[in-house]
Design a protein around this ligand. Structure first.
Ligand SMILES: [Fe+2]
Ligand SMILES: [Fe+2]
Length: 201
C-alpha cells in the first residue's frame, strides 16, 4: 500500500470533459466536508483498484460521483422516482438509499455518464447487491474505509479490503446490519440480500 496514488487521465470517453471538470461539478453539489470525503474515497478506490486490477478511470469516476446526490432534497428524489418510474417502494425509504439508487439516475441525466458498471457502483454503494462487479466492491469498500473513517475495527477491515475484497464486503454488510439492529433501525431488504450473499461464506 503506497501513500501516493496516481490519478488517471480520462481516456475512455465515459466523462470526456475530464477529471478536473468532474471534480468541479461534484464540488458544486456538496458541502466542503462531503467534498473532502469524496476525494478520500477516490484515493482509496484508486489504491484498491490497483490492488484488484480494476480500471482506474472507472474507479475514479464512480468514486467522485458516488455521493453526487447526497445533499439533494427529498422532493428532488421523489420527483425522479416518479419521472423514471423507479420501484415505487423506494418512496418508503430515505436519503440513505436514495442518494445511491436515485443518485445514479441524476449522475446519468445531469453529467451524461452512461457507463453501466459505473452507474451500478453508484447505485450499490450503500446497500450492496447480491452480484457486485469488482468495481462495485471497490467503491463500496472505499466509501467505508477511506482514511478519514474512524470506528471500532476500521484498521482491521481496511487491511482486509486489500487481502480479501469479497470478505471485506461481507464484513461491512454484517457490521452495518448489527448497527441498524442495535439502533432499532429499519432494514432495507436489499441489505439482507447482500448479507446472505457476502457475509455467510
Ligand atoms: Fe453515500
Ligand atoms: Fe460516501
Amino acid at each position: 500500500m503506497s501513500n501516493s496514488v496516481s490519478y488517471p487521465t480520462y481516456q475512455e470517453n465515459i466523462y470526456p470533459a475530464g477529471r478536473n471538470d468532474l471534480i468541479d461539478k461534484v464540488k458544486a453539489q456538496v458541502n466542503q466536508g462531503r467534498f473532502e470525503h469524496i476525494l478520500r474515497v477516490e484515493k482509496k478506490a484508486l489504491e484498491l483498484a490497483e490492488r484488484w486490477d480494476v480500471d482506474a478511470e472507472q474507479a475514479s469516476i464512480a468514486a467522485l460521483t458516488h455521493d453526487y446526490a447526497k445533499q439533494r432534497s427529498d422532493e428532488d428524489f421523489l420527483a425522479v422516482i416518479d419521472q423514471k418510474k423507479l420501484d415505487p417502494d423506494l418512496k418508503n425509504w430515505g436519503n440513505y438509499l436514495w442518494h445511491g439508487v436515485v443518485g445514479a439516475e441524476m449522475v446519468h441525466d445531469e453529467l451524461g455518464i452512461t457507463h453501466q458498471d459505473v452507474l451500478d457502483a453508484i447505485r450499490q454503494h450503500t446497500i450492496g447487491a447480491a452480484y457486485m462487479t469488482k468495481l462495485s466492491q471497490v467503491i463500496y469498500m472505499a466509501d467505508y474505509v477511506e482514511d478519514g473513517r474512524d470506528f471500532p475495527g476500521v484498521a482491521e477491515v481496511r487491511a482486509l479490503a486489500f487481502e480479501d475484497l469479497g470478505a471485506s464486503v461481507g464484513w461491512q454488510t454484517k457490521h452495518t446490519l448489527e448497527y441498524l439492529l442495535s439502533k432499532n433501525g429499519r432494514i432495507y431488504p436489499g441489505t439482507i440480500t447482500t448479507y446472505n450473499e457476502w457475509s455467510t461464506k
